[in-house]
Design a protein around this ligand. Structure first.
Ligand code: HEC
Ligand code: HEC
Length: 195
């Protein structure tokens, strides 16, 4: 019962937040709007909300591209498509800069050494570390996945695999094709636990 109330409350808050965007438009200063974003994404860069990604220390060019994809409806996520309505191009890059300056997300812990070792082998085999950096901190248009929420990582990799998340380019669609759902869960387990 308590859980259901919590869930309803958090959805209510989310709806109220999205309503707020529609009402105020993008004319208000970005700094003033940022708290609304961070109410979902975590004000210190770490998200505490299920399947809502952490944005702290995310690569700025990656963020800018994703915000653009949301605005254009090319990455279909209703809350984010609504949130980006009417934002100008120069505001996209400023917003990306503000988000990238947040502290990196706090890694999930503790970990099971056997699972970590097995997943590390998968990371090498599929060259995740080649594109996302050896420490998975990301660069340029390749996102940081170190310390990202495990539930979000699983969800988004499944979406690349089912082609419901069209990436900016085809890199991830190719990467996930040979992965089983178990591989996806193990890779998410590993990435979420990287500092
Ligand atoms: C109601 C909650 C909510 C609000 C408010 C919100 N977001 Fe989001 N945001 C989400 C969810 C949920 C996702 C993940 C979508 C998915 O599953 O792909 C997301 C995804 C993102 C991503 C992509 C991250 C990644 O790793 O790919 C960025 C960037 C982002 N939001 C920025 C913002 C900004 C900037 C604002 C404020 C203008 C904002 N969000 C407001 C819920 C929210
Ligand atoms: C060829 C380079 C390349 C390789 C190899 C690669 N990635 Fe990616 N990855 C990317 C790019 C580029 C993106 C952003 C794509 C987009 O626009 O959606 C991305 C996005 C992601 C995301 C989405 C993160 C977010 O915040 O939404 C996850 C998760 C991810 N990769 C995990 C992995 C894992 C795990 C592996 C290894 C199994 C891997 N990647 C291998 C280039 C790569």
């Amino acid at each position: 019962m308590h859980f259901v109330r919590q869930l309803l409350l958090s959805w209510f808050t989310m709806l109220a937040l999205v309503g707020g965007f529609a009402a105020s438009g993008w004319s208000a200063a970005l700094e003033e709007r940022l708290p609304t974003c961070l109410a979902c994404h975590g004000e210190k860069g770490t998200s505490v909300n299920t399947e809502v990604p952490s944005l702290g220390a995310q690569a700025a060019p990656y963020l800018e591209i994703q915000l653009y994809l949301f605005r254009e409806g090319m990455r279909p996520v209703e809350v984010m498509n609504d949130a980006m309505k009417g934002i100008a191009d120069d505001e996209l890059s400023k917003l990306a800069g503000l988000l990238a300056a947040l502290p990196p997300p706090a890694a999930t812990g503790p970990n099971d050494p056997t699972r970590m070792e097995h997943a590390r082998a998968l990371v090498h085999q599929h060259r995740c570390d080649f594109c996302h950096n050896p420490d998975l901190s990301g660069r340029e248009n390749v996102p940081r996945i170190a310390g990202q929420r495990e539930d979000y990582l699983v969800k988004t990799m499944r979406e690349y695999k089912s082609n419901t998340r069209p990436g900016y380019d085809a890199s991830m669609a190719d990467v996930v094709q040979p992965l089983t759902d178990e591989d996806i869960r193990e890779l998410a387990y590993y990435a979420a636990r990287q500092p």
